[in-house]
Write a protein that binds this ligand. Sequence first.
Ligand SMILES: *Cc1c(COP(=O)(O)O)cnc(C)c1O
Length: 446
Amino acid sequence: MNRECSRNLYDRALSVTPGGVNSPVRAVRPYPFFVKRGDGAHVIDADGNRYLDYVGGYGPLLLGHDLPQSVQSALQSQLADGPMYGAPAEVEVELAEFVTRHVPSVEMIRFVNSGTEATASAVRLARGYTGRDKIVVMQGGYHGAQESTLVQGASGRTSEPSSSGIPSAFAEETITLPFNDAEAARELFEERGDEIACMMTEPILGNYASVPPVDGYLETLRELTEEHGSLLVFDEVMTGFRIGGLQCAQGKFGVTPDVTTFAKIIGGGFPVGAVGGRADIIEQFAPTGNVFQAGTYSGHPLSLTAGLEMLRFAAKNDVYDHVNGLGEKLRSGLTDILADRAPEYTVVGQDSMFKVIFTRDGPRDLKGQCEAGCQQNPDCPRFDYCPKDKTDVDRAETERWERLFWPAMVEQGVFLTANQFESQFISYAHTEEDIEETLEAYKEAL
Ligand SMILES: *Cc1c(COP(=O)(O)O)cnc(C)c1O
């Protein structure tokens, strides 16, 4: 593949932006391809190469790159009416009503401009509501580029910042736990539950190779937080309106958080974020409450129009059946291929998310294993080998994934997220033939 134009663009970019990119995950080696345009389930780079796209903007593009006519006309009409006002507009009420109708735990919602802003606001809200300072997050969880959650440290102990530029005083208020470890959570809450403002977690560790919860784990978190007067915050920035369709992951898993953060899909490809939850909690935000939260662009009419029309389209059409059906097909195809070529590797993902984790060990006998990706089923022969938390994923062949496998897929025209950790997404624009082609590429690259 010729990538001369991308190479030249990267050369220029390196002189004027740090690492040549505006978000570090995009700085793939030796240099990223620059996208000229999207086309359905494909992206086309600056040199005219076509790639089947499973990055999907890292999550927002539920429908792929071609917006349906209804979304396009609504956007054009909003553009014609001006980009934003600094006064409320009807679309803010409409999208809020749509979300509260479909996500039962959300009675009220505040729109912001990114997932990071949503989680930062949710943490401040939980602290304001409870009058406590400590928060708990999962090791390997991701809640955006914000002070309180960019932390690392041993389970149940005080953390340290995982980025320079963050005062250690911030990290001291954050405690981490290993995902799926109910005992560690129970111990922590018994010891210092009355200091904890909230426990924030993704329902699936979507930013750490999509580790799913074991049976009963999310329920345990629900019970512990309730018992100790802490808030349970689900960060559904990735899973919201992706896993479990319109009811989101909380509906699929049947666990009701107090507060939920959204972004990605609810902006239809435009910048957005939101914090939703019980009315008595969300009303702690200014102007009704004392938790200050504000933004010039918050509730931006273009983002909200794109999100609302995309979600309306998904509600009226077979979007979730289509993407989840293809997800099932892709994950079972991958499971079969791995049985043959790399039986130690693990397929993960649910609905329209998927990933292959390059785990180093697997069962001798694969008979009766989960057919379309790990479900943390204790009866599956792979159960003891399926990653349960960050430490398990870190033991995988992450270098092989990134240095050998990913480039081999790109060479075959399949664009996956560039490391072992980020999830991959199927869109409404993908077809059965795309899935076949992708399986062939995996066969070749593994
Ligand atoms: C993407 C993501 C974020 C950060 O959202 P941004 O819009 O990139 O700031 C936070 N939490 C989760 C679970 C995410 O997947």
